[in-house]
Design a protein around this ligand. Structure first.
Ligand SMILES: [Zn+2]
Length: 491
């Protein structure tokens, strides 16, 4: 990947309660970002000349969030229609979708069908704003599999779509995997079972022969990459794990023996629960064909049961959303959905430290330790006691930092004190549009948008302006005393 564009001046985040997700502990202090990375961490850091300074007293600071199952090119839920569209038009939509993700605090995402080196480079070079993009290029599907968008009456020849390519037979899947790796894929995605959005397969079908799956794993391993598999049922997941696949996507219909297999293989499970809720509620409004909408019920309720089962069994769980079209705005609701069966810290780890393991990017992302990318989100409440602050970034996430640059801020500058000029408020879909449909588990949602009263506790300062005591404004320090690490289930 092209080196990221570097910020022109250091950024000092003052007096935050900084979470180490892996340890489950807050430390109160400062973070200094230089050249896009965390250069120093600790209390009372010296302000470097020319630095931008943000005082975060009373706020909670987490590493930038990671969503490990997105499709940045899926501007409609009618995936088959995307192939007939200009790639420039798709890219323009992708830029908008990625910008919304960044506004929700996702500074890194993994695209598992559709995203490519062009979008990844455009983001890294600063041509578009969005999360750092780990991509798999086009997913591999068998004929009639989850990546085959042709309906039963369609006898047109096989053609690649923008997000999937059809390949049948060991030689063909090897060549396809090699081709995606040639184009820079960080992983290879295979369709190993039926799915919701595909018109002719059954969710309980298994796809690709074992020989084909093993061949793809072989090619990925040769390139020091890994394979991610779309798989719903216990049968499909077992075949994938036996073939050596490392990342299981969805897994809504797994059983206890599959959980044991995932654990013993050290594999990751990436549930994507919010998308089923969104597809059922809004899918048809955003292009999901009727035949696909009718399949949602098969996986909707089972998903939470599977998550609970996997959590109890100690599977390494990673945050994923899989949203399509206009439903991308629900990306943060996955936090709230998962918290029904997982403690908040576990959900946070799935979007930070554990996701970093899946990406092979430990030390770079999912942490705020020295040396990591300076990606951070600032929250006005403690997500360890109320995960809802992460589920509603428009209301509770006043600051997003990526590569040591403030990329979204609703903090009020201090007038007349040489503060940083006012920046626009949140620009994401979630910020622009109140959600008329409500959210999972709720019937109404507070209006989206800035919450001036809460945000006024933060101030923007620049350079070496003298610090002002603000103890009367400081919030309860209950979160800063060092939370004991929550015992993690054995992996
Ligand atoms: Zn997907």
């Amino acid at each position: 990947m092209t080196p990221d564009r570097l910020p022109e001046r250091p950024l000092l985040l003052r007096n935050g309660r900084v979470l180490n997700p892996a340890a489950g502990q807050y430390t109160e202090g400062d973070l200094l970002a230089v050249s896009g990375r965390i250069a120093e961490a600790g209390p009372g850091l010296v302000v470097p000349p020319g630095a931008e300074v943000r005082d975060l007293r009373g706020a909670f600071v987490l590493p930038g969030l990671i969503d490990a199952h997105v499709h940045v090119t899926a501007f409609t839920a009618d995936l088959a229609s995307i192939g007939g569209t200009s790639p420039f038009y798709v890219a323009t939509h992708a830029a908008r979708i990625m910008s919304g993700m960044l506004d929700r605090g996702f500074t890194t995402v993994r695209d598992v069908a559709g995203g490519d080196y062009g979008l990844a480079n455009a983001q890294a070079e600063g041509l578009i704003r969005g999360p750092r993009l780990y991509f798999g290029g086009r997913a591999l599907s068998q004929t009639g599999g989850h990546g085959d968008g042709r309906g039963p009456g369609d006898d047109s020849p096989v053609a690649h779509s923008m997000d999937c390519r059809l390949a049948d037979g060991v030689d063909a899947v090897r060549a396809a995997a090699r081709d995606e790796l040639r184009k820079g894929a960080h992983h290879i995605k295979v369709m190993a079972s039926g799915g919701v959005a595909s018109p002719t397969d059954r969710i309980d079908s298994v796809q690709y022969s074992m020989d084909e799956l093993v061949a793809v794993v072989d090619e990925a391993a040769a390139a020091n990459r890994y394979v991610a598999a779309h798989a719903y049922t216990a049968r499909a997941v077992k075949r994938a794990i036996e073939a050596g696949i490392r990342s299981i996507e969805h897994g809504n219909l797994i059983d206890d023996s599959t959980v044991a297999l995932l654990v013993s293989a050290g594999a990751f499970l990436v549930p994507t629960l919010v998308t089923y809720w969104a597809l059922k509620k809004e899918g048809r409004d955003f292009g999901l064909p009727e035949v696909s909408w009718l399949k949602v019920d098969e996986v909707l309720d089972a998903g939470l049961v599977a998550l609970e089962r996997a959590h109890r069994g100690g599977v390494r769980l990673v945050y994923g959303t899989d949203l399509l079209g206009g439903m991308h705005r629900h990306q943060s609701e996955e936090f709230r959905i998962r918290s029904a069966v997982q403690p908040p810290l576990d959900v946070i780890q799935s979007a930070t430290s554990v996701a970093a393991e899946l990406l092979g990017a430990v030390g770079d992302v999912g942490t705020l330790e020295v040396g990591a990318y300076a990606d951070a989100v600032v929250l006005d409440g403690d997500p360890l006691t109320d995960i809802g602050v992460l589920a509603d970034p428009a209301a509770h996430m006043p600051l997003v930092v990526q590569n040591g640059v403030v990329v979204r801020s609703s903090l009020r500058p201090r007038r007349g004190r040489g503060g940083t000029p006012p920046r626009p408020g949140p620009r994401g879909c979630a910020a622009r549009r109140p959600d008329p449909a409500g959210s999972p588990g709720r019937t109404a949602r507070p209006p989206a948008g800035p919450s001036p009263r809460r945000r006024s506790t933060f101030r923007t300062r620049r350079r070496t302006a003298p610090r002002r005591g603000r103890s009367s404004r400081a919030r309860s320090a209950s979160g800063t005393r060092g939370r004991p690490a929550r015992p993690r289930a054995a992996r």
